[in-house]
Design a protein around this ligand. Structure first.
Ligand SMILES: *Cc1c(COP(=O)(O)O)cnc(C)c1O
Length: 397
């Protein structure tokens, strides 16, 4: 018997034609025609169980190829694609929850999900409660009508990691689905489905696409969660275009290389920042002092380019914003996972519901791109120098 290939090899082979072209050609299509009414009817009866070409919205060779690569990446059963990561999240919440149900949501959730819950889950009679991003105390929040635990690991902006194995035990015991936003790892360096999750959500817009030129979301599920997701996805008319699917699949071929380099660059920048007196903390689970470091070591096989910087108590939000404005190599913009570096202010008081255990200083988030880290450090050095030459300290007279 042949030894199974290593994951990097399998990822390069996933979603490719069995012969001929190296890459699956782009299939732009809506209508699929059949030889006979009998063949048309046969496909219509089988297409909910099997992946068959039947209509563009239900998938083409291009989207099926990308789904195959994502299934390989997440070690899942099947996958569906969405026009954005947010659309993927909305579909998951609506696929598994109904009026009268209750869902537990991590307090470190990707921010737009908060409004989705407040407006749409509430409107539909679905209750939600936020739980501590490290998962502590979640048992006490379970109600008889709790049907889902929604996690994000690591969490947005602050990167807390729950013990997913424990969360999955809690979910099973209480007959709940466990859904995880796995965008941070982009399926590569953390595998929620192998740790007991039912549903893994990906913003492919980030590292999977990897080049800041395409929007996409994806959901990969295990066997038991598949049917509800597939039906809801079809009922909501969610699909993606073949050109976008092609771009994401192309991005996946270099994902392991890019991710490793983002992480190397980020570690170099973090190490430099931690030596600076203006910096109180650098948040990133791959750093030894981080509260989630032990779980990261146990459950992750790498890191990415995200760092959140907390300035020391001498500085406020206006200082952090002035610093960001002074940076030359870091764009000020949403999203991350492209090749380029980005910076944005972080204000936890507007993105968290639970009171924070420890007060914290002014914060900003960096996405460390693939530029030479020495250039990024040089830019941050001149940025930090704007703090000590701040208008506040000059204004004394
Ligand atoms: C960006 C992001 C999303 C949403 O992805 P879009 O494609 O921008 O809608 C969801 N979850 C997390 C954790 C993200 O960072």
């Amino acid at each position: 018997m042949n030894k199974p290939y290593k994951s990097a090899t399998r990822l390069l082979r996933a979603g490719r034609p069995h012969q001929g072209w190296v890459n699956t050609p782009v299939t732009r299509a809506s209508t699929y025609v059949f030889d006979s009414v009998a063949a048309w009817r046969d496909t219509r009866t089988r297409r909910e169980q099997e992946r068959l070409p039947s209509y563009g919205a239900r998938g083409t060779d291009s989207t099926h190829a990308l789904e195959d690569a994502l299934i390989e990446l997440e070690q899942g059963f099947r996958a569906k694609l969405y026009p954005t990561g947010q659309a993927a999240i909305a579909t998951v919440l609506l696929a598994y929850l109904r009026a009268g149900d209750h869902v537990l949501i991590t307090d470190a959730v990707y921010e737009p999900v908060r409004r989705f819950c407040a407006e749409h889950l509430t409107r539909l009679g679905i209750e939600h409660t936020y739980y501590s991003p490290d998962g502590h105390g979640i048992e006490a929040l379970i109600r008889p009508n709790t049907r889902m635990i929604y996690a994000e690991s690591p969490g947005s902006l602050t990167y807390e990691m729950p013990d997913l194995t424990k969360l999955s035990t809690t979910a099973r015991k209480n007959d709940c689905w466990l859904a995880v936003d796995n965008t941070w790892a982009s399926g590569l360096i953390y595998k929620p489905l192998t740790l007991g999750a039912d549903i893994s959500i990906l913003a492919a817009t980030k590292y999977l696409g990897g080049h800041a030129d395409v929007m996409m979301g994806a959901v990969v599920t295990n066997d038991r969660a598949w049917r509800a997701l597939e039906r809801a996805t079809i009922d909501f008319g969610q699909t993606v275009g073949a050109d976008d699917a092609f771009l994401v699949l192309r991005g996946i071929r270099s994902l392991p290389l890019r991710m490793a380099q983002h992480a190397r660059n980020a570690m170099q920048v973090a190490t430099w920042l931690l030596d600076r007196p203006e910096v109180a903390r650098v948040l990133c689970p791959a750093l030894p002092g981080d509260p989630s470091h032990a779980i990261w070591r146990r459950d992750c096989s790498g890191a990415n380019g995200l760092l959140t910087i907390e300035l020391s108590a001498a500085f406020n939000n206006a200082d952090a914003e002035r610093l960001i404005d002074s940076l030359q190599l870091f764009g000020i913009g949403a999203s991350w996972g492209g090749f380029e570096s980005l910076a944005v202010p972080v204000q936890l008081n507007t993105t968290r519901s639970l009171p924070s255990a420890t007060p914290h200083g002014a914060m900003f988030r960096l996405h460390i791109g693939l530029e030479d880290p020495e250039d990024l450090i040089g830019d941050l050095e001149q940025g930090l120098s704007t703090l000590t030459h701040s208008p506040r300290s000059i204004r004394i007279s």
